[in-house]
Design a protein around this ligand. Structure first.
Ligand SMILES: CC(C)(COP(=O)([O-])OP(=O)([O-])OC[C@H]1O[C@@H](n2cnc3c(N)ncnc32)[C@H](O)[C@@H]1OP(=O)([O-])[O-])[C@@H](O)C(=O)NCCC(=O)NCCSC(=O)C[C@@](C)(O)CC(=O)[O-]
Length: 336
């Protein structure tokens, strides 16, 4: 699956966060963005039933935060059409959150309509993610406006969402380099992230959208952003090379359709695998042992990849599958 595009930095801060899912020291929050970021860039049409099943399977595997889709213009991102039906059809688990991406008031209105139509408890979603970018060129390509104008548009959307009891999370894209305008000014990243926090985002995910950042660049950018925002309110997406915690999709799928040259995401399975035996662990999840089930995530990664007509790019996913096949062959031979 598309693992984490955003690892949350609470583990690094060694403090509990302000969320209801506050984490202990060394705990990593994983925001699984497979159903949204992982699928939004696909060429073919993905049936709603497949998208809903993906959300269901992730919940069963113990993922605690699943970004289930987006309420953007279907003309801009056709793959995200039907997100309301995905939310309505997916089997939901009471301790799992299902945030959705919202670009404007129209997107929030669609969420409000959905919640009125399906008055479930807990609600189908209780969180929106709003997004902008560190450069005007990227914001123009992705949202058809400038960064400053996007922030102006998003402020009332965030306020309206908070007023109706929704949580609001923020994304800043291209925090290191922009595919259209090159190296990014980290002070600008800091100011934009701060603007999102000031409008009520409980956390801001910083995206190296094209995946060009080196660990040194990511550290420098973070040092700048930390001047205005405490680290426990930051998440990373998808620069796992530099930091432990993040927002990821399974099977390494995905990316922003308006980010030419992006090479896909770090797979959730790979991060789960890397965390094994490290000083970090996944924050408390649906499965009381505080872990996401790696084997189930590998299965989900292969399943969704098959649905999309490709192979999983997750290294851990491929290795674990190869090991399973070998074990099965050995068992068959032993029976002969
Ligand atoms: C923001 C807009 C809508 C502006 O697009 P626009 O064309 O400027 O908007 P508009 O207000 O002029 O409306 C144009 C048409 O879109 C419709 N429309 C307008 N809004 C909506 C809506 N919410 N839902 C459904 N329909 C909508 C609207 O009704 C109208 O339809 P028409 O009259 O032509 O039939 C467009 O640019 C858009 O949808 N952009 C989203 C692009 C996107 O989803 N990108 C991928 C997600 S971001 C990402 O992946 C990065 C991230 C978050 O992962 C972090 C990282 O990786 O760095």
């Amino acid at each position: 699956m598309l693992l984490s595009r955003n690892l949350v930095f609470r583990a690094l801060s060694r403090k509990c966060g302000t969320h209801s899912y506050a984490t202990a020291a060394n705990a990593v929050n994983i925001v699984e963005v497979g159903p949204r970021d992982g699928l939004q860039n696909e060429k073919g049409v993905i049936p709603v039933s497949v998208k809903a099943e993906l959300v269901t399977r992730l919940g069963r595997a113990g993922v605690k935060i699943i970004e289930a889709g987006s309420f953007v213009s279907p003309k801009w991102v056709p793959q995200m059409a039907g997100t309301a039906d995905v939310l309505a059809q997916a089997e939901r688990f009471p301790d799992v959150r299902y945030p959705v991406l919202v670009p404007n008031q129209k997107g929030l209105d669609a969420v409000t309509t959905l919640l009125a139509k399906h008055p479930a408890s807990p609600p189908l979603t209780d969180e929106i993610s709003i997004f902008t970018a560190a450069t005007d060129a990227f914001t123009r390509a992705n949202l058809n406006t400038t960064t400053a104008e996007s922030l102006e548009r998003l402020a009332p959307v965030a306020k309206a969402a908070l007023d109706q009891g929704l949580r609001v999370r923020g994304y800043v894209s291209v925090v290191i380099a922009c595919p259209y305008s090159g190296q990014v000014d980290y002070a600008r990243v800091r100011d934009i992230a701060k603007a999102l926090i000031d409008m009520g985002c409980y956390e801001v995910s910083l995206g190296d959208t094209v995946g060009m950042g080196t660990p040194t660049q990511v550290s420098e950018m973070l040092e700048e952003v930390k001047k205005s925002i405490p680290v426990e309110k930051l998440a990373g997406h998808p620069w796992i090379t530099a930091f432990a915690p993040s927002t990821l999709p399974s099977a390494g799928l995905g990316g922003c359709p308006y980010s030419p040259g992006a090479t896909g995401n770090v797979a959730t399975e790979d991060v789960l695998y890397a965390l094994q035996g490290s000083q970090y662990h996944v924050a408390g999840t649906a499965h009381g042992n505080g872990t996401i089930d790696l084997d189930k995530m590998v299965d989900i990664g292969w399943w969704i990849s098959e649905q999309l007509g490709r192979e999983s790019t997750s290294r851990a996913g491929r290795a674990i599958r190869a090991r399973r096949l070998q074990e099965r062959e050995r068992e068959v031979k032993a029976k002969l």
